[in-house]
Design a protein around this ligand. Sequence first.
Ligand code: SF4
Length: 500
Amino acid sequence: MTTPRDARADGAPPRDDADDAPKEACGVFGIWAPGADVARVSFFALYALQHRGQESAGIATVGESGEVFKHKGMGLVTQVFNEANLAPLVGTHAVAHTRYSTTGSSSLRNAQPYLLHTSAGPLAVAHNGNLVNAAALRAELLGRGVGLVGESDSEVMTQLLAAPAEAALGAAANSWEARLANLMRRCEGAFSVAVLTKGAVYALRDPQGFRPLCIGSIEYEGGAGRGFVVASESSAFGTIGAKFLRDVAPGEIVRLDKDGVTSLTGAVEPRTRALCVFEYVYFARPDSLFEGQMVHQARRRLGRELAREAPADADLVIPVPDSSVAAAIGYAHESGLPYDEGLMKNRYIGRTFIQPSEELRRAGVRLKFNPLRHNLDGKRIVLIDDSIVRGHTSKKIVELLREAGVREIHLRVSSPPVRHPCFMGVDIPTHDELIGWRLSVEEIRDHLGCDSLAYLSHDGMMRAVREGARGPGGHCTACFSGLYPLALPEHMPDEQGGLA
Ligand code: SF4
């Protein structure tokens, strides 16, 4: 796997050096709803999943007679789509995708959904995750004479579906169910996928369930029509008026078609579950549901645990907005300290095609955060952040707060130090780039320039996450613990941990 964070292809929006938060790999969506405007619904679902990827977006639809329509482009969902390019995307069902690249450069050829015409009919694929055996699968495909135009794992999955090895499927080669079961068996790593075929939308989730995926129902035409949807996060359902039904189970293949929702299991033996705990800590929208609990509730408990483990003598609790708000509320409740806002975030700075000038680039984090001086002047604050990856942003925020007159800064982090890279779909960089790997907690405090620094313990984090979760549980914590819940191929240079 490569993590070409700095590789900018022509037309790609620049990545924001001031923002060193880890990036999610993608958001996926699928809908079966004959009679509904499936492209428009997909657009609004992608809009709700924008936080999972801001580099490219795309929608593919299948019309009543089986013809396929697609549009994709670089940039935010609202930069890619407009009335003119949505109108031709007619159909009864659709898949959609918003991307942040963890493998493959940020360019249009790697934008999704991938669309191919196969011996079993049209195929479009939208994928969230990373395969740890992508290099071997890529070599196999090339060895069989299958051409690849991009570098992403998602294209490898699409080609494995489009052109499975004959021997693997035999007489069942024209069955999408057989092809998907074969894909499930061949791929190792993280994959939550929405697949568009002529007669159905399929959703599948890897056997360990690294990345989330859920199913909902949707009514339209004043209740006369009923369809089904799948999405990376349930927060997308609220935006489009759909109702959450359940999570797609790890190892499950789900078919959405004229017969409703059909569950196909048994393609692989059950494995240790490993839902990414970073989804709770940072990535997911707080209004999303995982394992029967709202992410916001779990984040508040992370803050409560943090207050118990690492109290501070201070006047005020403030969050690094937006992802640390819930944890800061939890910390304030538990500690009895007042909660207030101390930093205003420009939520629209995000990814832009307009390059900041050199002077503005040097301003870095100031483009994104502005301190509320009147709330801060002369105060001793507890600053709550959800995680520290490289430390660049945290250092600049501490400087901003000092300039705003803050007397003491007690930084509290609602997760343990990030010490290991991620190979399962999140852009957490190499060991050398991780401040938690290179420096001790006291060295980090000194580097950031705060008065005290404390992280939540691994046990505290897992108590907070598990307390409200329903079901069998099982989480990946590898970037904190180094315990990877799957075997990593030897060529992955940064693997340091054992197996969980
Ligand atoms: S290594 Fe970290 S970011 Fe990656 S899947 Fe595991 S918990 Fe999530």
